[in-house]
Design a protein around this ligand. Structure first.
Ligand SMILES: Nc1ncnc2c1ncn2[C@@H]1O[C@H](COP(=O)(O)OP(=O)(O)OP(=O)(O)O)[C@@H](O)[C@H]1O
Ligand SMILES: [Mg+2]
Length: 375
């Protein structure tokens, strides 16, 4: 992959562009060895997906296991799930050789596979949604394959909260059964809509209750991140002071994607030196580029929710939003109207909640709101 900026703002491009996370990676490696399933949670854009890819890129892991990374964010039902799951397994095995993928196809009899060539002209195997004759049978066969594979497997379901939104209500229990029985695989469940995913794993009435250890991903260690940024500038013949890195880190409390985004811009601006004014310049540029998206988002939020959003933006971290005091301070009608507006904004992931404290999920959007309303 051609990289012209070492500060990635999407995806994973190898250990060179990945800062630290040694401890978290080690925990996942030992979870795999010890056959312990893990629930990986964090705020959005903290680095969960990157960490999973980083784990799978680890030499020791890649040598010993078959690894499957299944992002189910855009799946809407069981059929989509089976299709996504099956295709990921199929594609990953393809890279291990034709014998291995053939054994997968022999096990998953209920699917009509298509042979073809991928964009690089290499042989590939896949199937379409319409090729799944019976989704429950196919699901069973995919799990069977995993159990009989000639290597242990690590299966990561990213954006796992999505299954709570499927029309099929029994999937959680069904998956739990397969996973509980599994002897040849270890599972990682990852998700960001904390309230949904925590309900799945922390309520005694739900199938996944108590079935995993939790790895809660926090900001990257500040000193390690400073070293990373300084080094990446240096490697390109540019320079940045530790103090500037430290200030940007603090602006976003080390929240990975936001600081990466800032340094992505500042890296381009530094010719070759990064000056202090570039912090504001980078932020202005980011906000400007997103202006139409933020305006669109804001004006598509109904009035009552908008009032609550403004109140939360003004507070930054909003505590006791349903108290009489808060309702009065921001002219929010009533506690019950705050409650329903909160629910809507949470569903759309516009606000998040941690330990009863509400905040705007997207930190750049929060800054934009603050500037717009001159808080
Ligand atoms: N350790 C790291 N070092 C450098 N960049 C990182 C690191 N971890 C993540 N990133 C970058 O931060 C951004 C967010 O990471 P990622 O997509 O993994 O977060 P996420 O928690 O999965 O987010 P979401 O909840 O939105 O799915 C990406 O651009 C990624 O490239
Ligand atoms: Mg992710």
């Amino acid at each position: 992959m051609e990289i012209d900026n070492p500060f990635l703002v999407s995806g994973y491009a190898g250990p060179e562009y990945f800062c630290d996370r040694k401890e978290e990676t080690a925990r996942l490696v030992s979870a795999a060895k010890g056959k312990v399933n893990t629930l990986l949670i964090s705020r959005r854009r903290m680095g969960k997906s990157g960490l999973i890819e980083h784990l799978f890129a680890n030499k020791e892991i890649a040598k010993k296991y078959y690894t499957f990374y299944i992002d189910i964010y855009s799946t809407l039902d069981l059929n989509d799930f089976v299709w996504t799951f099956g295709n990921v397994v199929c594609k990953s095995l393809m890279s291990k050789g034709s014998k291995i993928v053939e054994s997968f196809m022999r096990t998953v009899k209920s699917i009509q596979f298509r042979m073809g060539y991928d964009e690089q002209g290499l042989p590939s195997t896949s199937f379409g949604l319409g090729d799944i004759r019976d989704k429950s049978v196919s699901l069973d066969e995919i799990f069977n394959y995993i159990e009989t594979a000639d290597r242990p497997c690590i299966v990561a379901f990213d954006e796992f909260q999505q299954i709570a939104k499927y029309p099929e209500k029994n999937l959680e229990a069904l998956l739990r059964t397969y996973i509980q029985k599994s002897k040849n695989a270890v599972y990682i469940f990852s998700g960001s809509q904390r309230h949904i995913i925590q309900n799945m794993f922390a309520s005694p009435s739900r199938p996944f209750y108590n079935s995993t250890v939790t790895l809660s991903l926090e900001s990257i260690n500040k000193d390690k991140y400073i070293d990373f940024v300084v080094k990446k500038f240096k490697e390109a013949g540019k320079s940045i002071s530790k103090d500037i890195v430290s200030r940007v880190y603090d602006m976003y409390e080390g929240h990975t994607w936001y600081i990466q985004f800032m340094f992505h811009e500042m890296y381009y601006m530094a010719q070759p030196e990064c000056s202090e004014e570039m912090i504001d310049k980078a932020l202005d540029k980011i906000l400007k580029e997103n202006e139409s998206y933020y305006s669109f988002t804001l004006y598509n939020i109904p009035d009552k929710q908008q009032n609550l959003l403004r109140a939360i933006a003004a507070e930054g971290m909003a505590d006791r939003t349903q108290s009489a005091e808060f309702v009065k301070k921001y002219n929010l009608q009533s506690a019950s109207s705050v409650q329903s507006a909160t629910q809507r904004l949470m569903e759309r992931d516009i606000i998040s909640c941690e330990k009863g404290v509400y905040f705007i999920s997207d930190r750049f959007f929060a800054t934009w709101l603050k500037r717009k309303f001159k808080f």
